[in-house]
Design a binder for this molecule. Structure first.
Ligand code: HEC
Length: 353
């Protein structure tokens, strides 16, 4: 067992040479005609629809379960072209695993990339560990306070493990308390995958955010100082459920404008209803912040559900509700949360419907 774990750590994509050899046999009999010798598509095969190149290491972000399902059920089931045939039960499970394992080896440096099997569904409140190529539109509405917050997030990958991110928070209208409308504090951040283990379904990332003082202080849109936020994000698959957590500390450059705050968020996703990639996933989260200076501790429980809107599963929406638990005194306004995300690493928005 420990030897197997070591072997998998040594190279999740390349270490199982017997399986890869078997996969190669399957590939050469059933796939090579269209997908080509090097996985980049057979140049002599005439087709209007060219398959993605498996040599492109961006494809490591695809979960194996999706690829297996494409082979078994064919392209159209996942919003892809019907040129990709459905092989049905043509391959026993071990051959199916083997051919997908072989596809992984076309990317020559696949072992350095965290595999898509660790790309767990995004939660409403808890940040992800997996590096994404994604655009996300988030919103939080607190009806009792007449407050709406919007946030546009752009995330992209650089190399196997690094992701950078830009966040643009916007308050579209003034709130009941008279907080003004406008752009909030823009956040620039970087995240790096520190460790991952596909056999144990776990991934750990660390990073640093910088919230820049772009929002007006007068309108309560910004803090008026740069806030540095080192963080850790962790994801753990447990059977078909997932545990995700993110811990961070807000360190303002000017502590007279904002105070140091510890933030935490943990989430647990229930087993998907339908396919993991496209089906409904319900999740429970607990998110909070603790400010030592004034000893204030805020905490909110969030329940939510998410679902892919298209067959390919790269456009996903989630809605949910936040119920404040702390502080125990004072009003506890309910909040509604939602996001719409497009994983542009998987293709244009309009493909795969
Ligand atoms: C008749 C040609 C043909 C054959 C045979 C074929 N494929 Fe495909 N495959 C395609 C095309 C074309 C696409 C791209 C469809 C699209 O993007 O809409 C595709 C897509 C795929 C995808 C999805 C890739 C992605 O992430 O978008 C996988 C996985 C795949 N093929 C695996 C296989 C395997 C494994 C075999 C052999 C068992 C195989 N294919 C045989 C033509 C073929």
């Amino acid at each position: 067992m420990s030897l197997l774990a070591l072997a998998l750590l040594a190279g999740w994509a390349t270490s199982n040479t017997a399986q890869i050899a078997k996969g190669r046999e399957v590939y050469e009999t059933a796939c090579i005609l269209c997908h080509g010798k090097d996985g980049a598509g057979n140049p002599e095969w005439e087709s209007e629809i060219r398959p993605v190149s498996f040599a492109d290491c961006g494809t490591t972000a695809e979960p194996s379960a999706l690829w297996k399902s494409v082979v078994v059920n064919g392209g159209p089931k996942h919003g892809l072209a019907d040129v990709m045939p459905a092989f049905g039960e043509a391959f026993p499970p071990d051959e199916l695993d083997a051919v997908v394992a072989y596809l992984r080896t076309f990317c020559k440096t696949a072992d350095r990339y965290p595999p898509g099997d660790l790309n767990f569904r995004r939660l409403l409140a808890t940040g992800k560990a997996f590096p994404e190529a994604e655009a996300v539109l988030k919103t939080k509405i607190v009806p009792d306070e007449g407050e709406t917050e919007m946030e546009f997030v752009y995330e992209n990958r650089l190399g196997p493990r690094f992701q950078y991110e830009l966040e643009f928070p916007v308050r579209p209208a003034a709130t009941n308390e008279g907080y003004g409308a406008g752009l909030g504090d823009v956040v620039v951040s970087g995240k790096y995958v520190l460790a991952f283990n596909p056999a144990r379904l776990r991934i750990l990332s660390g990073g640093l955010e910088a919230a820049l003082p772009t929002g007006s202080e007068k309108k309560e849109l910004g803090s008026g100082t740069t806030v540095f936020v080192p963080f850790l994000a962790f994801g753990q698959g447990i059977g078909s459920t997932v545990f995700q957590t993110k811990l961070s500390v807000e360190l303002p450059a000017n502590t007279s404008k904002a105070s140091r705050t510890f933030k935490y968020s943990v989430g647990y996703s229930l087993p998907p209803i339908g396919l993991a990639r496209t089906g409904y996933i319900a999740a429970l989260e607990l998110t909070g912040s603790y400010n030592r200076q004034n000893r204030s501790h805020e905490q909110t429980a969030v329940i939510g559900v998410s679902k892919a809107l298209n067959k390919l599963g790269h456009v996903i929406a989630s809605v949910g509700m936040g119920i404040p638990l702390r502080p125990s005194e004072g009003p506890k306004p309910k909040e509604f949360r939602a996001y719409l995300l497009w994983d542009f690493g998987d293709g244009p928005f309009w493909t795969g419907w």
